[in-house]
Ligand binder design. Structure first.
Ligand code: SAH
Length: 367
C-alpha cells in the first residue's frame, strides 16, 4: 500500500477525534484547536502554512495526514442568485450542493449520501438509486468548498449563515458520519453555527430521530407529505416501517427535551394527490398539539415524473385552512428551478448499485 492510501483525511475529524488523533501522535491535544482554526477559520489546507505548529510537526502531518476536500466539478448560477455545485469524490460519484441567498441569510443545502435508498416516489434523487454513504469529510467538505467558492465572505449576501441537510440522501441512515459533521458546523472552532441554523431533514427514520435527540442539538425537519398512513406509504415507502403515530411520538419527544427545540414538517404539495382541503384539515388535527412549523413546498417536476405541482390557488387554500386551524405555515419559494437546483431535483452522478435507475428506465421504455 502506498503512503497516500494510509493517510488520514483531517476533514473526517471533529474536535474530539482530532484531539485523539494528536494524542495518538504523542502531541498535546490543543494542537487540535490550532489545526481546526486553520482549516475552518482561515481556509488553509496546506500544513506548511500552519505557522504556529513546529516545523517538525508540520512535516510529520504531511506524512501521515492530508486535507482533501471534495472537488468542485462544475458550478451553475441561477438567475435568482442560487448557485449549484457538482462535487466529486473520485470513483465516478458526485453529489450536488446548493447555495440559496436571501436578503437576511444564506442557506447552504448539502448532501449526505450518493443517491438515496428510500425511493420516495416524488423525488428525483430517489429515482437515481443509491451508491454509498458520504464520509464526514465529504459532508463538511461541501460547506468548506462552498464557503471558499463564495469567497469566505463574512458579511454581505453571499455568506453562509444556515446549513440544511436537505440535499441528496437520508442523513439519519448515515448517522455515524453525519454527527461529527454536525458537530463541526456547531463548534466555534469549526463554522460556529447556532443550533437553530443547522437543520437535519429526515424522511422519518424514527430510531434515528430518537438517537439524534440524545446526541446533538440541531433543528429537525421531517418530510411528512401526508396526514394519513395509506397516502403517506404511497409517497414515502419508509412509512410502512415507521407509521405516522410512531413518527409523531418521536417528534414530540424531540421537542419536549430540556432544550428549546422546534420541528418543522415539510409537505410537498402534489396536484390531486395530497392537496385536498380534507388533507389540510387532517393535518391540523395531527399537528396542532405539537410545537411545530409547517413548510409547504410546491412540487418541483423532474424528467420522467407524472406528478404535477398543485395550482397556486389550491396551495393558498391549503395554507389558509391549516393557518385557520392554528398551525404556523409558510409556502417555500421555489429557488434555482432554472438550473435544476430546487427541492427534489438534485441528481448528481450516482453509479447506482441498487439497479433501481435501470429498472425505472426499462419500465418507462415499456410504457
Ligand atoms: N431524505 C431527507 C432529506 C432530503 S429531501 C428527507 O426526506 O427529508 C429534502 C426535501 O425535499 C424533503 O422534504 C423532500 O420531501 C423534498 N422533496 C423531494 N422531492 C421533491 C420535489 N420533487 N418537489 C418538492 N420537494 C421535494
Amino acid at each position: 500500500m502506498s503512503v497516500t492510501e494510509t493517510r488520514i483525511n483531517l476533514f473526517d475529524l471533529d474536535e474530539d477525534r482530532m484531539r485523539a488523533f494528536f494524542e495518538s501522535m504523542g502531541e498535546k491535544p490543543f494542537r487540535a484547536q490550532q489545526v481546526l482554526k486553520w482549516i475552518y477559520h482561515q481556509g488553509v489546507t496546506d500544513f506548511s502554512l500552519m505557522t504556529n505548529l513546529s516545523r517538525e510537526l508540520r512535516g510529520k502531518l504531511g506524512q501521515v495526514a492530508e486535507l482533501e476536500p471534495p472537488k468542485i466539478l462544475s458550478e451553475q448560477l441561477s438567475q435568482d442568485g442560487t448557485t449549484k455545485w457538482l462535487m466529486g469524490f473520485g470513483g465516478g460519484n458526485a453529489i450536488e450542493t446548493v447555495f440559496i441567498p436571501e436578503p437576511n441569510r444564506g442557506t447552504l443545502c448539502i448532501s449526505s449520501q450518493v443517491g438515496c435508498a428510500l425511493n420516495c416516489t416524488f423525488c428525483s434523487t430517489g429515482a437515481q438509486g443509491f451508491n454509498r454513504n458520504l464520509s464526514t469529510g465529504e459532508i463538511i467538505g461541501q460547506v468548506w468548498q462552498a464557503a471558499r467558492a463564495l469567497g469566505h465572505e463574512r458579511n454581505g449576501t453571499r455568506r453562509i449563515t444556515n446549513v440544511v441537510l436537505m440535499g441528496m440522501g437520508e442523513p439519519l441512515l448515515n448517522f455515524d458520519a453525519v454527527i461529527p459533521a454536525l458537530s463541526l458546523l456547531r463548534n466555534d472552532l469549526g463554522f460556529g453555527m447556532a443550533a437553530k441554523r443547522v437543520t437535519l431533514s429526515t424522511a422519518g427514520l424514527v430510531p434515528g430521530i430518537d438517537r439524534l435527540r440524545d446526541t446533538i442539538d440541531v433543528a429537525l425537519a421531517v418530510s411528512l407529505h401526508a396526514p394519513e398512513d395509506r397516502l403517506r406509504e404511497s409517497l414515502v415507502p419508509l412509512n410502512r416501517k415507521y407509521p405516522i403515530a410512531e413518527l409523531m411520538r418521536s417528534c414530540a419527544d424531540y421537542v419536549s427535551d430540556k432544550h428549546k427545540r422546534t420541528v418543522t414538517f415539510e409537505y410537498t404539495l402534489i396536484d390531486g394527490v395530497n392537496d385536498h382541503p380534507e388533507h389540510a384539515k387532517k393535518l391540523v388535527k395531527l399537528l396542532r398539539r405539537l410545537p411545530s412549523k409547517l413548510n409547504l413546498i410546491p412540487f418541483n417536476p423532474f424528467p420522467g415524473t407524472s406528478y404535477r405541482c398543485s395550482p397556486e390557488d389550491r396551495i393558498r387554500k391549503f395554507q389558509s385552512i391549516v393557518m385557520e386551524g392554528g398551525l404556523i405555515a409558510t409556502v417555500r419559494k421555489t429557488r434555482g428551478g432554472d438550473i435544476d437546483a430546487a427541492c427534489g431535483q438534485l441528481v448528481g452522478k450516482v453509479l447506482d448499485r441498487t439497479r433501481r435507475s435501470q429498472r425505472i428506465r426499462e419500465q418507462s421504455q415499456r410504457a
